[in-house]
Design a binder for this molecule. Structure first.
Ligand code: APR
Length: 256
Protein backbone atom coordinates (compact mmCIF):
# COMPACT_ATOMS: atom_id res chain seq x y z
CA UNK A 1 0.00 0.00 0.00
CA UNK A 2 1.59 3.30 -1.09
CA UNK A 3 2.05 6.01 1.52
CA UNK A 4 1.05 9.01 -0.59
CA UNK A 5 2.50 11.52 1.89
CA UNK A 6 5.86 9.72 1.86
CA UNK A 7 5.87 9.63 -1.94
CA UNK A 8 5.13 13.36 -2.08
CA UNK A 9 7.87 14.20 0.46
CA UNK A 10 10.43 12.07 -1.41
CA UNK A 11 9.54 13.78 -4.70
CA UNK A 12 9.93 17.20 -3.06
CA UNK A 13 13.35 16.23 -1.66
CA UNK A 14 14.47 15.15 -5.14
CA UNK A 15 13.21 18.44 -6.59
CA UNK A 16 15.13 20.44 -3.95
CA UNK A 17 18.36 18.45 -4.44
CA UNK A 18 20.95 19.10 -7.12
CA UNK A 19 23.31 16.12 -6.62
CA UNK A 20 21.33 12.90 -6.20
CA UNK A 21 22.98 9.47 -5.98
CA UNK A 22 21.46 6.01 -5.46
CA UNK A 23 22.84 3.17 -3.32
CA UNK A 24 21.12 -0.15 -4.02
CA UNK A 25 21.19 -3.58 -2.43
CA UNK A 26 19.63 -6.97 -3.06
CA UNK A 27 16.20 -5.70 -2.04
CA UNK A 28 15.79 -3.77 -5.31
CA UNK A 29 16.07 -7.04 -7.26
CA UNK A 30 13.72 -9.15 -5.11
CA UNK A 31 10.77 -8.17 -7.35
CA UNK A 32 12.83 -9.44 -10.29
CA UNK A 33 12.75 -12.88 -8.66
CA UNK A 34 16.24 -12.79 -7.14
CA UNK A 35 16.19 -13.60 -3.41
CA UNK A 36 18.05 -11.22 -1.15
CA UNK A 37 20.50 -12.44 1.48
CA UNK A 38 19.14 -11.76 4.94
CA UNK A 39 15.36 -11.67 4.70
CA UNK A 40 13.47 -14.88 5.54
CA UNK A 41 14.26 -17.32 2.68
CA UNK A 42 17.27 -15.23 1.65
CA UNK A 43 20.42 -16.83 0.28
CA UNK A 44 22.31 -16.75 3.59
CA UNK A 45 19.39 -18.48 5.31
CA UNK A 46 20.05 -21.47 3.00
CA UNK A 47 23.83 -21.33 2.56
CA UNK A 48 26.14 -20.51 5.47
CA UNK A 49 28.09 -17.44 4.26
CA UNK A 50 31.14 -18.63 6.21
CA UNK A 51 31.19 -21.84 4.17
CA UNK A 52 29.93 -20.51 0.84
CA UNK A 53 30.66 -16.79 0.72
CA UNK A 54 34.21 -16.13 1.90
CA UNK A 55 37.35 -15.77 -0.21
CA UNK A 56 39.04 -18.43 1.93
CA UNK A 57 36.15 -20.88 1.44
CA UNK A 58 36.42 -20.39 -2.33
CA UNK A 59 40.20 -20.98 -2.34
CA UNK A 60 39.89 -24.17 -0.29
CA UNK A 61 36.52 -25.47 -1.50
CA UNK A 62 35.54 -23.85 -4.84
CA UNK A 63 33.00 -26.65 -5.37
CA UNK A 64 30.82 -25.08 -2.67
CA UNK A 65 30.45 -21.83 -4.63
CA UNK A 66 29.68 -23.74 -7.82
CA UNK A 67 27.04 -25.78 -5.96
CA UNK A 68 25.36 -22.53 -4.82
CA UNK A 69 25.78 -20.94 -8.28
CA UNK A 70 24.08 -23.97 -9.86
CA UNK A 71 20.93 -23.09 -7.91
CA UNK A 72 21.24 -19.31 -8.38
CA UNK A 73 22.24 -19.07 -12.06
CA UNK A 74 18.83 -19.95 -13.54
CA UNK A 75 17.23 -17.27 -11.31
CA UNK A 76 19.79 -14.70 -12.46
CA UNK A 77 19.27 -15.67 -16.10
CA UNK A 78 15.47 -15.42 -15.86
CA UNK A 79 15.57 -12.10 -13.99
CA UNK A 80 14.40 -8.97 -15.76
CA UNK A 81 14.74 -5.38 -14.52
CA UNK A 82 11.69 -4.39 -12.47
CA UNK A 83 9.94 -0.96 -12.23
CA UNK A 84 12.40 0.13 -9.51
CA UNK A 85 15.38 -0.35 -11.83
CA UNK A 86 13.56 1.53 -14.61
CA UNK A 87 12.60 4.33 -12.22
CA UNK A 88 16.29 4.95 -11.41
CA UNK A 89 17.16 4.94 -15.13
CA UNK A 90 14.33 7.47 -15.58
CA UNK A 91 15.75 9.69 -12.83
CA UNK A 92 19.14 9.60 -14.56
CA UNK A 93 17.53 10.78 -17.82
CA UNK A 94 15.83 13.59 -15.85
CA UNK A 95 19.22 14.66 -14.49
CA UNK A 96 18.26 13.55 -10.99
CA UNK A 97 20.51 10.53 -10.51
CA UNK A 98 24.25 11.06 -11.04
CA UNK A 99 25.05 7.36 -10.70
CA UNK A 100 23.86 4.11 -9.19
CA UNK A 101 26.21 2.59 -6.61
CA UNK A 102 25.09 -1.02 -6.35
CA UNK A 103 26.03 -3.97 -4.18
CA UNK A 104 24.28 -6.24 -6.66
CA UNK A 105 25.99 -8.41 -9.27
CA UNK A 106 22.92 -9.00 -11.46
CA UNK A 107 23.46 -6.33 -14.15
CA UNK A 108 19.78 -5.30 -13.91
CA UNK A 109 20.51 -1.57 -13.53
CA UNK A 110 22.49 -1.58 -16.76
CA UNK A 111 19.77 -3.56 -18.55
CA UNK A 112 17.16 -1.04 -17.32
CA UNK A 113 19.15 1.79 -18.92
CA UNK A 114 21.24 3.26 -16.09
CA UNK A 115 24.51 4.26 -17.75
CA UNK A 116 26.73 5.03 -14.75
CA UNK A 117 26.65 1.98 -12.45
CA UNK A 118 29.34 1.30 -9.87
CA UNK A 119 29.41 -2.44 -9.07
CA UNK A 120 30.91 -2.42 -5.58
CA UNK A 121 30.70 -6.20 -5.22
CA UNK A 122 31.65 -7.07 -8.79
CA UNK A 123 29.67 -8.90 -11.41
CA UNK A 124 28.49 -12.42 -12.16
CA UNK A 125 29.03 -11.84 -15.91
CA UNK A 126 32.73 -12.81 -15.91
CA UNK A 127 35.34 -14.81 -14.00
CA UNK A 128 39.12 -15.27 -14.20
CA UNK A 129 41.68 -18.04 -13.83
CA UNK A 130 43.27 -17.84 -10.38
CA UNK A 131 46.70 -18.60 -11.89
CA UNK A 132 47.04 -17.04 -15.36
CA UNK A 133 44.31 -14.40 -14.77
CA UNK A 134 42.68 -15.18 -18.14
CA UNK A 135 39.13 -13.78 -18.20
CA UNK A 136 36.09 -15.94 -19.08
CA UNK A 137 32.51 -14.94 -19.87
CA UNK A 138 29.65 -16.45 -17.86
CA UNK A 139 28.55 -18.63 -20.80
CA UNK A 140 32.03 -20.20 -21.07
CA UNK A 141 32.22 -20.68 -17.29
CA UNK A 142 28.87 -22.47 -17.38
CA UNK A 143 30.17 -24.81 -20.13
CA UNK A 144 33.44 -25.47 -18.30
CA UNK A 145 31.50 -26.25 -15.11
CA UNK A 146 29.14 -28.54 -17.08
CA UNK A 147 26.17 -26.44 -16.03
CA UNK A 148 27.33 -26.18 -12.45
CA UNK A 149 28.03 -29.90 -11.99
CA UNK A 150 31.71 -29.24 -11.30
CA UNK A 151 34.24 -26.47 -10.69
CA UNK A 152 35.06 -24.56 -13.88
CA UNK A 153 38.82 -24.86 -14.52
CA UNK A 154 41.07 -22.94 -16.87
CA UNK A 155 41.66 -24.93 -20.09
CA UNK A 156 45.27 -23.65 -20.12
CA UNK A 157 46.46 -24.70 -16.67
CA UNK A 158 43.58 -26.51 -14.97
CA UNK A 159 43.25 -23.92 -12.18
CA UNK A 160 39.83 -23.03 -10.74
CA UNK A 161 38.07 -20.08 -12.34
CA UNK A 162 36.93 -17.53 -9.76
CA UNK A 163 33.80 -15.49 -10.55
CA UNK A 164 34.35 -11.72 -10.54
CA UNK A 165 32.07 -11.22 -7.54
CA UNK A 166 33.59 -9.94 -4.29
CA UNK A 167 33.63 -12.54 -1.53
CA UNK A 168 33.71 -11.76 2.18
CA UNK A 169 37.33 -11.14 3.13
CA UNK A 170 38.22 -10.02 -0.40
CA UNK A 171 39.13 -6.39 -1.11
CA UNK A 172 36.81 -4.31 -3.27
CA UNK A 173 38.15 -2.67 -6.43
CA UNK A 174 39.81 0.39 -4.87
CA UNK A 175 39.02 2.63 -7.85
CA UNK A 176 35.30 1.77 -7.71
CA UNK A 177 35.22 2.27 -3.95
CA UNK A 178 37.07 5.59 -4.15
CA UNK A 179 34.64 6.90 -6.76
CA UNK A 180 31.65 5.66 -4.72
CA UNK A 181 32.98 7.50 -1.66
CA UNK A 182 33.53 10.63 -3.76
CA UNK A 183 29.96 10.47 -5.11
CA UNK A 184 28.51 9.89 -1.62
CA UNK A 185 30.54 12.77 -0.17
CA UNK A 186 29.47 15.21 -2.87
CA UNK A 187 25.75 14.39 -3.03
CA UNK A 188 23.05 16.32 -1.22
CA UNK A 189 20.63 13.39 -1.45
CA UNK A 190 21.20 9.62 -1.39
CA UNK A 191 18.40 7.18 -2.24
CA UNK A 192 19.20 4.04 -0.21
CA UNK A 193 17.18 1.26 -1.81
CA UNK A 194 16.82 -2.34 -0.69
CA UNK A 195 19.87 -2.28 1.58
CA UNK A 196 20.22 -3.82 5.05
CA UNK A 197 23.42 -1.76 5.53
CA UNK A 198 25.01 -4.76 7.28
CA UNK A 199 28.13 -5.02 5.12
CA UNK A 200 30.98 -2.52 5.04
CA UNK A 201 32.41 -0.54 3.33
CA UNK A 202 29.15 -0.12 1.34
CA UNK A 203 27.21 0.46 4.56
CA UNK A 204 29.42 3.47 5.37
CA UNK A 205 28.45 5.38 2.23
CA UNK A 206 25.23 6.93 3.62
CA UNK A 207 27.34 8.36 6.48
CA UNK A 208 29.54 10.11 3.89
CA UNK A 209 26.47 11.87 2.53
CA UNK A 210 25.22 12.77 6.03
CA UNK A 211 28.64 14.15 6.95
CA UNK A 212 28.40 16.75 4.19
CA UNK A 213 24.89 17.58 5.44
CA UNK A 214 23.25 15.63 2.63
CA UNK A 215 19.95 13.88 3.19
CA UNK A 216 18.98 10.20 3.02
CA UNK A 217 15.78 8.52 1.87
CA UNK A 218 15.54 4.80 2.76
CA UNK A 219 13.36 2.60 0.56
CA UNK A 220 12.78 -0.72 2.31
CA UNK A 221 10.04 -3.19 3.17
CA UNK A 222 11.09 -3.24 6.83
CA UNK A 223 12.60 -0.88 9.36
CA UNK A 224 16.33 -1.37 10.00
CA UNK A 225 18.50 -0.38 12.95
CA UNK A 226 20.06 2.28 10.72
CA UNK A 227 16.76 4.12 10.29
CA UNK A 228 17.75 6.89 12.71
CA UNK A 229 20.13 8.14 9.95
CA UNK A 230 17.32 8.53 7.42
CA UNK A 231 15.60 11.85 6.78
CA UNK A 232 12.69 9.96 5.24
CA UNK A 233 11.74 6.27 5.20
CA UNK A 234 9.52 4.98 2.39
CA UNK A 235 8.28 1.59 3.64
CA UNK A 236 7.05 -0.76 0.95
CA UNK A 237 8.24 -2.52 -2.17
CA UNK A 238 10.82 -0.56 -4.16
CA UNK A 239 9.09 -1.65 -7.37
CA UNK A 240 6.00 0.24 -6.24
CA UNK A 241 7.42 3.18 -4.27
CA UNK A 242 10.19 4.31 -6.62
CA UNK A 243 8.04 4.61 -9.78
CA UNK A 244 5.43 6.52 -7.77
CA UNK A 245 8.11 8.90 -6.45
CA UNK A 246 9.47 9.50 -9.97
CA UNK A 247 5.96 10.23 -11.30
CA UNK A 248 5.33 12.61 -8.38
CA UNK A 249 8.67 14.31 -9.07
CA UNK A 250 7.80 14.78 -12.75
CA UNK A 251 4.52 16.40 -11.74
CA UNK A 252 6.22 18.74 -9.24
CA UNK A 253 8.92 19.64 -11.75
CA UNK A 254 6.44 19.99 -14.60
CA UNK A 255 8.38 17.56 -16.79
CA UNK A 256 7.15 14.58 -18.79
N1 APR B 1 11.79 -3.48 -1.80
C1 APR B 1 12.63 -2.80 -0.97
N2 APR B 1 13.45 -3.40 -0.06
C2 APR B 1 13.41 -4.75 -0.01
C3 APR B 1 12.57 -5.52 -0.84
C4 APR B 1 11.74 -4.83 -1.76
N3 APR B 1 10.89 -5.47 -2.58
N4 APR B 1 12.76 -6.84 -0.52
C5 APR B 1 13.68 -6.87 0.46
N5 APR B 1 14.07 -5.62 0.78
C6 APR B 1 15.05 -5.22 1.78
C7 APR B 1 15.17 -6.13 2.99
O1 APR B 1 14.25 -5.76 3.99
C8 APR B 1 16.62 -5.87 3.43
O2 APR B 1 16.68 -4.76 4.32
O3 APR B 1 16.33 -5.24 1.15
C9 APR B 1 17.33 -5.48 2.13
C10 APR B 1 18.24 -6.59 1.61
O4 APR B 1 19.24 -6.80 2.57
P1 APR B 1 20.32 -7.97 2.35
O5 APR B 1 19.62 -9.22 2.02
O6 APR B 1 21.25 -7.92 3.51
O7 APR B 1 21.09 -7.52 1.02
P2 APR B 1 22.19 -6.39 0.88
O8 APR B 1 21.91 -5.24 1.79
O9 APR B 1 22.33 -6.10 -0.56
O10 APR B 1 23.52 -7.16 1.38
C11 APR B 1 24.74 -6.48 1.23
O11 APR B 1 25.91 -8.53 1.76
O12 APR B 1 26.09 -10.78 1.53
C12 APR B 1 26.61 -9.60 1.09
O13 APR B 1 27.64 -9.22 -0.96
C13 APR B 1 26.39 -9.42 -0.39
O14 APR B 1 25.95 -7.39 -1.61
C14 APR B 1 25.53 -8.18 -0.50
C15 APR B 1 25.80 -7.47 0.82
Amino acid sequence: MLDEECVRQAAAMILESTQVVALTGAGISVESGIPDFRSPGGLWTKYDPLLYGTYESFINHPERFYEMAKELNPTLERAEPNPAHYALADLEKLGKCRAVITQNIDNLHQRAGSTDVLELHGTHRTGHCMRCRRIFDLEVIKELSKGGECVACCPEDGTAIKPDVVFFGEPLDSRVLARAAELASTSDLMLVIGCSLEVYPAAALPEYTKRRRGRLIFFNTVTTHHDRMADLICLGKAGENLPAVVEAYKELAGVK
